[in-house]
Design a protein around this ligand. Structure first.
Ligand code: GLN
Length: 688
């Protein structure tokens, strides 16, 4: 079969396996492709015009490659296995699915690295560290190091090899770009128990460490044969660690020194960022691109994640081997030492079947101030022993193998506003992130009161509701919409978000009095922190009143400080606004001219279009958590930042506090639609 036909066949399988829900179609097509023709990966990689970079390490390869992707994305279209499918089949699937990509950026499993390197013939290789991990699967550390050495030796001269000099095994793999930490002020006083490569790789004498940073990573020298950390071409100096929140360092390179600010905590993330910087630089990124890319990067897929649950927060930190777990613990203890922790130990293949590693983790620093550990997962009982023999009293240890129940137990012991620390192994982490376990707990029900849906619904108001519902659901929240018609009362506190749509004069007339009679509870609800969005006809009726086209006077609610009178002409066209929440684009179609009272806050300034009255240059009105606007079309699909602002306010109302921060969503389509709408406003909107 020719490559094209093989790709078609494998893609068809990808579609099929997505349909049947088999692992999101990620690795099945790759497996099929490498069965059809083992040379296919080689050919797919060879098609990438900017070549391929591979990243491997025991710890941090997912985060490091995601950081490198963030830096390189503006420069290259990437084929990047972000989902962590890092065996040969995962690499094949990624290459297969990345039509039109320019650069391959592949995270690769330590064991699979030699084969992947042989096949993709990388342009650059980043090797981060080798720690003891899953010895049941990999055998011993030296074995991997030997296989890596042979693979590096077989690379052509043209490949740039970027090596962590602080790891004696990795640093000595060859000549290349060496990176490492150069700030003894953040070093550890001594090597940890679990330090893996503490004997000279040449003569076996214990190294002297001028600085030990993470596990055996540091500034080492052999007192006997002189083998020492290579000279650093790329280094991190002046490192600042800000507890559990963030870190910063000077990135020192031959091209200059720049300060890097990271939204991730811990020294191990400084290593990840430094490796990503050195790799990106080898691939042509400028220092500016590196600093901006790393600054923009935030947590990698739950390896460090905060999840809101019932007014509390879960802080999820992956642990999978002694070195990584020690760093997670060190970061925790230096941040806010927890009172309660849930530790989850599973022993599936992806966790490592051999659970002995927990005895090599330094859990002890955690015990100071720790009142309770909830041990969970398939090997909860052994974990409990580890804590017992670490010095914790029996009655401070709960054994609850069921993850869900363990989580409930932990949450019950956590007070409101406090953070519950959860340390899971790999498969336990995935389980925690699944809807069934977390979804039900972290989900907040946002209650929407939709006023007069049968009357005020022109110009696609249901589009706005659909956007609220989906964007809430994508963050794990549920939107419950109650229609509030003529016969339904408004009960302050019962809804977190009110929505009032647009209407023709006639329908507005039919509801105006009914609505005005509900003014008091609606105003009370908004002053108590409920969010509100009113569009066009609804916006007009939330002011003091609206005189329609035929002179009919309609009473208003008096929530917004404004008044509206219809004019002889309609103001129709695309509108573009500049608002505090960024540019907002929509369509307007109204006869009403709205005058804001002096001192009232408009939603935004009109860049193109008519706005409130075609004269003032302003559009809409804002008051507390309420927004009124003439923009429809509908408003929210192409202005998702408004939807998110309102949802965040509604969640804040629901939980009785500040607006909840919402995870960003990929809004490329929305941005594109807003751009086109903005262009129309400029080109043929009303006044501009
Ligand atoms: N009937 C009102 C007007 O013409 C509002 C129209 C609308 O909701 N689009 O001003």
């Amino acid at each position: 079969m020719r490559l094209a036909a093989e790709i078609a066949a494998a893609r068809a399988v990808a579609g099929l396996s997505r349909l049947v829900g088999a692992g999101a179609g990620m690795t099945v097509p790759g497996k099929l492709l490498s069965k059809l023709d083992p040379g296919a990966i080689d050919k797919l990689a060879a098609r990438l015009p900017a070549g391929t970079a591979v990243v491997s390490a025991t710890n941090g390869k997912t985060t490091t490659s995601a950081m490198a992707a963030e830096i390189l994305r503006p420069r290259f279209r990437l084929a990047h296995n972000r989902s962590g499918a890092n065996l040969v089949s995962g690499v094949a699937s990624t290459l297969l699915a990345s039509d039109g990509a320019e650069l391959g950026l592949l995270e690769v499993d330590e064991g699979a690295l030699p084969e992947v390197m042989r096949r993709v013939r990388p342009r650059a290789v980043l090797l981060g560290n080798l720690f003891r991990d899953q010895l049941d699967r990999y055998g011993e550390l030296e074995l991997i190091a030997e296989r890596w050495r042979a693979a590096v030796d077989a690379l052509p001269q043209t490949t740039t090899v970027v090596l962590n000099a602080d790891d004696p095994q990795v640093g000595s793999l060859g000549s290349g770009v060496h990176y490492g930490l150069d700030d003894p002020s953040v070093a550890r006083p001594s090597l940890q128990h679990a330090a893996d490569s503490k004997y000279c790789v040449r003569c076996g004498t214990p190294y002297d460490y001028a600085a030990a940073y993470v596990g055996h990573l540091g500034d080492y020298r052999c007192p006997k044969c002189g083998h020492a950390r290579p000279h650093l071409q790329v280094a991190a100096r002046a490192i600042e660690l800000h507890g559990l929140e963030r870190a910063a360092f000077d990135l020192v390179t031959p091209d200059g020194t720049r300060r890097v600010e990271l939204a991730l905590p811990g020294l191990y993330n400084v290593y990840n960022a430094l490796g990503a910087a050195a790799l990106a630089r080898a691939l042509g990124a400028t220092l500016d691109e590196i600093v901006v890319g790393l600054g923009r990067f935030s947590a990698a897929f739950g390896r460090f994640e905060r999840i809101p649950v019932d007014g509390k927060h879960l802080l999820l930190l992956l642990i999978k081997n002694p070195a990584g777990a020690n760093e997670a613990i060190r970061t925790l203890v230096e941040g806010r030492p927890p009172r309660v922790v849930v530790v989850a130990l599973n022993d599936a293949i992806a966790d490592g079947r051999d659970v002995s590693w927990i005895w090599d983790v330094d859990f002890e620093p955690l015990l100071d101030g720790l009142q309770r550990v909830v041990a969970t997962g398939g090997r909860a009982a052994e974990l409990a022993l580890r804590f017992k023999y670490g010095g914790l009293d029996d009655d401070a240890i709960d054994v609850e193998p069921e993850l869900e129940r363990a989580l409930d137990r932990g949450l019950a012991l956590t007070s409101a506003g406090e953070e519950l620390v959860v340390l899971p192994t790999y498969t336990a982490m995935l389980a925690f992130q699944r809807e069934e376990v977390l979804g039900a707990r972290s989900m907040t029900r946002i209650r929407v009161g939709h006023l007069y849906p049968d009357y005020l619904n022109i110009y696609a108001d249901r589009g706005n509701i659909a956007v609220f519902a989906r964007r809430a659901a994508w963050r794990g929240h549920e939107l419950v919409v109650d229609g509030l018609g003529l016969d339904e009362a408004i009960v302050p506190g019962a809804h977190d978000l009110y929505y009032v749509g647009g209407g023709q004069d006639r329908e507005q007339f039919l509801v105006a009095e009914n609505l005005a009679a509900k003014a008091a509870p609606l105003i009370e609800a908004v002053s108590a922190g409920a969010a509100l969005l009113a569009v066009c006809g609804g916006y007009q009726l939330l002011g003091r009143g609206y005189r329609g086209f035929h002179g009919e006077d309609m009473p208003g609610v008096g929530l917004f400080p404004l008044e509206t009178v219809a004019g002889d002409t309609r103001m129709i066209g695309d509108v573009l606004l500049e608002t505090e929440l960024g540019p907002v684009a929509g369509f307007e179609n109204h006869a009403g001219r709205t005058k804001l009272d002096a001192g009232a806050t408009p939603l935004g300034r009109v860049v193109a279009g008519f706005g409130n009255d075609g004269e003032s240059g302003f559009e809409g009105c804002r008051l507390q958590r309420a927004i009124g606007t003439y923009l429809h079309g509908p408003l929210l699909p192409r202005n998702p930042q408004l939807a998110d602002w309102l949802l965040a306010q509604a969640l804040g109302h629901r939980t009785g506090g500040e607006p909840t921060e919402l995870a960003p969503l990929p809004d490329e389509l929305e941005t594109q639609a807003r751009r086109v709408s903005a262009e129309r406003a400029h080109a043929r909107g009303g006044r501009s």
